[in-house]
Design a protein around this ligand. Structure first.
Ligand code: ZN
Length: 435
């Protein structure tokens, strides 16, 4: 491909992909998720890629009913709520109990509190500052009946969908629901007496799929370009992650007619919102030959209208230098931190296999995200032009990596980062790779 053609991405096409993907939420295992998979697969095929759907089984969870209210000075105030992923159900008639505020529910917040028979109100997502399952275990054993959370990462007037790693699901024994931060905040200043919570939810075995489109190169060494296409509950997921999926589709369209030196594998993963269960299922399959994959580009949440570009690097310092040079030549304003980002998106699964990655990301506020994981993550709040800009830079990056005989940066992940990945895997309870 001619590297001079650096404006080959088409924001109109990106908009078309987004419109088709993001009419509804695409919850893992749902019909809507399957519909999106079909659309992506058809498009891949239309671009000349060898397309397939990679089905996988996973432990799913869903809720059919959620109702919460707080009693303040004798008045019952109902609250919009979303149960946290893997939340237990309440008894059919719901739970009514005195409410107790637990701060962030860290060890030191809980000393000397009598929890028995109460509903806890927690500021945070129950991962704790260590991001381990310890907090859940502590709360299970506390005598609390249920927990309501307000997330300081999402300090807005709507509830958000909050998830746990699939690995932690057996630690979740209580009904857990997220309430809108700004709706609860004024009530906290008053005398919060009681809370009512009713959740109907269940765990079940389910099936989802990754969608894969491949362009065979002259050699088997492979570059992965990926995103996830699933969403949390209630969330049209235009930015998280219709944006990344439109990015992948646009790049598949552009490269579909080329014959690169290295093989290109475009993947739309399912189940990222279940902490990358789709990507995990991809990397553990022998038939996917991860040993041939030399580089992964991931795009997750890149379409914020007002935001700031980040490319997170896991890999050699020369990979960072290479990406920095490319960004500069493209006048793509971006911060490029080198860091290990477990769970935040699907590239981490590749890092587990020793594969370096870059993650395109465009957050739109300093801490957390404005609309993400809520009904406001919609087409209106997502910019095809920003997605096309990131895709433009990626055309250059993919072209340089796929078509040069010698890779522009060393393969693999440096030893210090590998060590960090190993330590994180242990601390966070991520299941080890099968041999
Ligand atoms: Zn995402």
């Amino acid at each position: 491909m001619d590297a001079e053609k650096n404006n080959c991405t088409d924001a109109g096409m990106v908009g078309y992909f987004l419109d088709n993907l993001c009419k509804t939420p695409r919850y893992s295992g749902s019909q809507e998720e399957r519909q999106a998979a079909r659309f992506i697969e058809e498009q891949f095929r239309g671009f000349g890629l060898k397309a397939r759907r990679e089905k996988y089984k996973f432990p799913n969870w869903n809720y059919s009913f959620s109702e919460a209210s707080l009693v303040v000075e004798g008045k019952t105030i109902s609250m919009p709520s979303i149960p946290m992923c893997y939340s237990a159900a309440t008894p059919d008639k719901g739970i009514t109990a005195p409410l107790i505020y637990l701060g962030q529910a860290e060890k030191e917040d809980l000393q000397g509190i009598d929890f028995k028979g109460k509903i806890g109100l927690v500021m945070g997502d129950l991962h704790g500052k260590d991001c381990t399952s310890d907090m859940l275990i502590r709360l299970n054993n506390s005598g609390l009946l249920a927990i309501l959370v307000i997330s300081p990462e999402f300090p807005y007037s709507w509830p958000v969908s909050l998830a746990f790693p699939t690995e932690w699901k057996d630690y979740i024994k209580l009904p857990l629901a997220c309430l809108p931060y700004l709706a609860v905040y004024p009530l906290l200043k008053k005398n919060l007496e009681k809370a009512n919570l009713k959740i109907k939810a269940r765990n079940y075995n389910d099936v989802s799929a990754n969608v894969i489109g491949e362009i065979k190169g002259k050699i088997d060494e492979t570059i992965v370009v990926c995103s996830h296409y699933d969403t949390p509950h209630q969330c049209p997921g235009a930015n998280d992650n219709g944006s990344g999926t439109a990015f992948v589709m646009e790049l598949a369209r552009i490269f579909g007619k080329t014959r690169p030196y290295r093989t290109l594998r475009f993947i739309a993963f399912g189940g990222e919102e279940k902490r990358s269960i789709g990507a995990w299922n991809h990397i553990i399959r022998k038939s996917n030959h991860l040993e041939k994959v030399v580089f992964a580009i991931n795009a997750d949440t890149i379409g914020a209208i007002i935001g700031r570009n980040l490319i997170h690097i896991t890999g050699h310092p020369l990979l960072r230098k290479f990406v920095g040079k490319m960004a500069e030549a493209n006048r793509f304003m971006v911060e490029i931190p080198t860091e290990i980002c477990p769970w935040w998106s699907d590239h981490f699964s590749f890092n587990l296999c020793g594969i370096p990655s870059i993650w395109f990301h465009r957050p739109n506020c300093l801490k957390g995200y404005w609309e993400v994981h809520s009904i406001h993550d919609n087409l209106e709040n997502t910019s095809p032009a920003e997605i096309a800009r990131a895709a433009n830079l990626s055309v250059q990056i993919i072209d340089a990596v796929a078509n040069s005989r010698k890779m522009p940066f060393p393969k693999g992940i440096p030893a210090d980062q590998k060590k960090e990945i190993k330590a994180l895997t242990k601390r966070l309870g991520i299941r080890p790779l099968p041999n």
